[in-house]
Design a protein around this ligand. Structure first.
Ligand code: AP5
Length: 213
């Protein structure tokens, strides 16, 4: 299965992606994680992406599509992929369609995680992420080390109030139209309420994929 996880920043895509990956035995590609790791390592890709990310702006489509093509070419992804953070623009939707088509594949489902802006601001202003494996946590609910790998928990620069505001504006302007693009291009699309517990959201997502937990 090739599944696109869609939704506002903070909707819970990064929380749900590994849970769906485990349930469906399909690996994930999280472009935000790839870009943050590259920025931390100081690679040319990371240095190029960092400025966009810190402001809450989108990294150029050609950079993102390069990562997507490189990832899909790996043997690990031959059986499918759960895309967390792609697709965010119509050119990315077209590029992903072409990349999958060249492998005889297509997007099988698009899950739109739906949450109010108030809840998004609440979540992102209190989020901590592991500086090593990037697992997200709610501050207050954890200590100062990642429960999975022991890495240090830090606040993301793009979770500052100005960057959150900008990311929500960018979502409405550039990313929201992508869901409609999929709807009109024959993809299987479903909107999943992403409020309630993490476990409830996973159940709803699996049900939307026709795979009840
Ligand atoms: P990226 O890392 O993808 O950020 P994002 O889309 O803004 O999404 P987030 O990671 O902020 O949120 P999420 O939906 O994953 O929510 P999470 O699970 O963490 O991208 C960062 C940047 O990289 C972009 O701004 C851009 O610059 C660049 N980029 C990446 N991909 C790109 C692309 N394709 N094109 C161009 N640029 C790109 O959850 C949020 C919080 O809520 C966490 O604390 C979590 O613990 C909590 N939470 C989750 N679920 C629940 C729940 N059910 N109840 C209560 N709390 C919950």
């Amino acid at each position: 299965m090739n599944i696109v996880l869609f939704g506002k920043p903070g909707a819970g895509k990064g929380t749900q992606a590994p849970r769906l990956a485990e349930a469906l035995t399909v690996p994930t590609l999280a472009t935000g994680d790839v870009l943050r790791a590259a920025a931390q390592a100081g690679t040319p890709l990371g240095l190029k992406a960092k400025d966009y990310m810190d402001r809450g702006a989108l990294v150029p489509d050609d950079v993102i599509l390069g990562i997507v093509r490189e990832t899909l070419a790996q043997a690990k992804y031959a059986g499918g992929v759960i895309l967390d953070g792609v697709v965010r623009t119509v050119p990315q939707a077209e590029g992903l369609r072409d990349a999958l088509a060249s492998l005889g594949r297509q997007v099988d489902a698009v899950l739109n995680f739906d949450v109010s802006n108030d809840e998004i601001v609440r979540r992102l202003s209190s989020r901590l992420v592991c500086s090593s494996c990037q697992t997200p946590y709610m501050s207050g609910a954890v200590g100062d080390a990642c429960a999975k790998c022991g890495g240090k928990l830090v606040r993301r620069k793009d979770d500052e109030p100005d960057a959150i505001r900008n990311r929500l504006e960018v979502f409405e302007r550039q990313t929201a139209p992508v869901f409609e693009w999929y709807r009109t291009h024959g993809a299987r699309v479903a909107t999943v309420s992403a409020t309630g517990s993490v476990e409830e959201v996973t159940k709803r997502a699996l049900a939307a994929l026709g795979r009840p937990a």
